[in-house]
Structures are given as structure tokens and as C-alpha cells.
Design a protein around this ligand. Structure first.
Ligand code: NAD
Length: 338
């Protein structure tokens, strides 16, 4: 059996606890992973003089695959977000956020199966902002043909590979005729290369309404950065919230898997946080590594443990701690493999 080298960044806050639970669940799959453990975040500032030591980036460049827990970004401290820095440094241009209903997770909808494909480097996140005098500020929205093409291609390739039927481009091209207009034009042009995948577009405000009324009509949502950020939280809400929302940041031959949620500092060290979002991020990672069967088994184990509701954390209506839920998933993986 192949051996995979994976960089592991537990992060801070609840990160180390949910990572430990995820490693227990992953070990049960039998997939051979050599972990390269790396520290990053607020806790390592004193030790390395930076929250993102160069060795972390070097390790990810070397292993090409990483799994990461959340990292705190203190507000107003001049501390640059490690998460944004990593995405920029490694040019992880595609942010993939699936939102899938899991029976047993309380939510208003059933049968939701959506994927947000969010452009991760441009738009209002390019960081081009300035004051105009002291009473006005400008943030510049940057959309390029290059950035739009690679994310559109990614969305259609993903749809084809995963057997999905439709890509919906999300925009506000009726108002931002040039920037969002370019994004939409490029998406339309790309769609012509994929006649097997249905294509449509929606204006972002209408998209929000449609998603909360009939989410089952949608499949892959192709979004510029800001709309993707907002819609992915909305979609996480459709299936029960942040505790169960996995994610991946993907570049050319390189991928970092991480949950959508943050470091939830108030639960740090309490063995309380839900490890599901990180375990589901590990499911995506197994798929990326070509370990399809293990990915399916791990996903099914999570579904069963949540469905039974006995060994689940507080947010899923249970009394289990993080470690207990991780062990329950691991035991179920072992049973399913027999
Ligand atoms: P958060 O996602 O950390 O927490 C919001 C609330 O959601 C928590 O208080 C908790 O009630 C709940 N929650 C989140 N994850 C949970 C889990 N696994 N199990 C159970 N409940 C969970 O969001 P925040 O409070 O806005 O951010 C805290 C810190 O995390 C900030 O410094 C922020 O910058 C950072 N952050 C990091 C990432 C990342 O590393 N990718 C992403 C988002 C936020």
C-alpha cells in the first residue's frame, strides 16, 4: 500500500484537540500516512518570531498535501492572518467548501448537496485599500481573466470528475458590469468546453434567496472571492452550521485541507469542540490522495456516528467530548472495514 507524506498543522484554540481526534479516525482507515507535524499560529510567535515560520511553507511545498486546524487572527494587533498568508504564499487559488446534509444534524433542510467553489486570491481580498483624505476609504475589487479562467476551469473539472450535473456562476454583473461582467463572460466561455455539464448564472442576491428556499436545485456554485465567502457560510447554515463544514484550499499540485470554522477560543482545552468539520476535511484529503475507498468509509462512519447521536458533541445534541467522538468514528471505521 502506498505511503503518503502529509504536513500537519494543528493550529491553536480548539485546533490541537480536533486534530488529535481526526488523526485517531484517520489511523483506523489503514491508509499509511507519514505525518510531518508543524507549528504555526499565535502560540509560536515567541519561539519563531512569526506566526508562520518559513519551515511550515517549505514542508507543504515538499509534501504537496497538508491538513490544518484553525488559527486565531487577533483583531487589530497588526498580526497578519496566517490563513490568508498561506493561501497567498502557496497560490492556493481554489477554495472548495462542500455542504452536505447529514441525517442527525439539526437543520431546516434535508437532502442538500452543494459545493461552493470560491476564487481565493482576487476580488476585494486583493488587499488594495486606501484612505481618500480622512473621511473616505476605497477598496479596489480586482478581477482578472487569468484568475477567473483558472477558477472556472477548476469548477468544471471538479464537476466532471465528481459526476456533478450543473455549475452555477454567481455574480452581480448587472451593477459591476466590468469586474463581475468579466467573471461571468469567462465562466460562460469555459462552459462551452464542457457540454456534459449544465451551466447557468445567478445574481448573488437572488442566489441567496433561492438557496434558502430551494437548495436542492443547486449543485456546484462558482463564485468570486467575496460572494463565495458569504455563500459558503450560508450553505454551511443550510446543513447544520460550522461544526460540520469542511473545506480545502487547492493550487497547482498542492492542497491544504481545513475546516471552515475558526479556533473557537472559548472552547480551547475543554474537550468540547466538534471534530466533524476537520474529519470531513480529512475525507476530502483522502479523496485527493486517491484513497477513494478509505474516504467513503470514513464519511460513512461519521454519518453513522452522528445518525445514532450517542457519541456526539454538544452542538449535535450530545454529551461526548472531542476525543470520545473521534474514538467513536475510529471504532465505526474499523467495524465497516471488517
Ligand atoms: P469560530 O468559528 O472560531 O467560532 C464561532 C462559534 O462557532 C464558536 O464560538 C462556537 O460556538 C462555534 N464553533 C466553531 N467551531 C466549532 C466546533 N468545531 N465545534 C463546536 N462549536 C464550534 O469563529 P470566530 O469566533 O469568529 O473566530 C475565532 C478565531 O478563529 C478568530 O481569530 C478568527 O480569525 C479565526 N478563524 C480562523 C479560521 C481558519 O483558521 N481558517 C477561520 C475562521 C476564523
Amino acid at each position: 500500500m502506498a505511503e503518503h507524506r502529509v504536513t500537519c498543522i494543528p493550529g491553536d484554540g480548539i485546533g490541537p484537540e480536533i486534530m488529535a481526534a481526526t488523526k485517531v479516525a484517520l489511523a483506523a482507515t489503514g491508509v499509511r500516512i507519514v505525518w510531518i507535524d508543524m507549528e504555526a499560529g499565535a502560540d509560536v510567535m515567541d519561539k519563531y518570531g512569526t506566526p508562520l515560520p518559513q519551515r511550515v511553507i517549505d514542508s507543504i511545498r515538499d509534501t504537496r498535501v497538508a491538513i490544518k486546524g484553525p488559527i486565531t487572527t487577533p483583531i487589530g494587533s497588526g498580526f497578519r492572518s496566517v490563513n490568508v498568508a498561506l493561501r497567498k504564499e502557496l497560490d492556493l487559488y481554489a477554495n472548495l467548501r462542500p455542504a452536505v446534509s447529514i441525517p442527525g444534524v439539526k437543520s431546516r433542510f434535508e437532502g442538500v448537496d452543494l459545493v461552493v467553489v470560491r476564487e481565493n486570491t482576487e476580488d476585494l481580498y486583493a488587499g488594495v485599500e486606501h484612505m481618500v483624505g480622512k473621511d473616505a476609504a476605497e477598496s479596489i475589487k480586482i478581477i482578472t481573466r487569468y484568475g477567473s479562467e483558472r477558477i472556472a476551469r477548476f469548477a468544471f473539472e471538479y464537476a466532471r470528475r465528481e459526476g456533478r450535473r450543473k455549475v452555477t456562476a454567481v455574480h452581480k454583473a448587472n451593477i459591476m458590469k466590468l469586474s463581475d461582467g468579466l467573471f461571468l463572460d469567462v465562466a460562460r466561455g469555459m462552459a462551452a468546453n464542457y457540454p456534459d455539464i449544465e451551466f447557468e448564472d445567478r445574481i448573488v442576491d437572488n442566489m441567496c434567496m433561492q438557496l434558502v428556499q430551494k437548495p436542492e436545485l443547486y449543485d456546484v456554485l462558482l463564485c468570486p472571492n467575496l460572494y463565495g465567502d458569504i455563500l459558503s457560510d450560508l450553505c454551511a447554515g443550510l446543513v447544520g452550521g460550522l461544526g460540520v463544514a469542511p473545506g480545502a484550499n487547492i493550487g497547482e499540485g498542492i492542497a491544504v485541507f481545513e475546516p471552515v470554522h475558526g479556533s473557537a477560543p472559548k472552547y480551547a482545552g475543554l474537550d468540547k469542540a466538534d471534530p466533524t468539520a476537520l474529519i470531513l476535511s480529512a475525507v476530502l484529503m483522502l479523496g485527493h490522495l486517491g484513497e477513494t475507498e478509505a474516504a467513503q468509509v470514513l464519511f460513512e462512519a461519521v454519518r453513522q456516528v452522528i445518525g445514532e447521536g450517542e457519541h456526539v458533541t454538544y452542538d449535535l445534541g450530545g454529551r461526548a467530548g472531542t476525543a470520545e467522538m473521534g474514538r467513536a468514528v475510529a471504532e465505526r471505521v474499523e467495524r465497516l472495514r471488517k
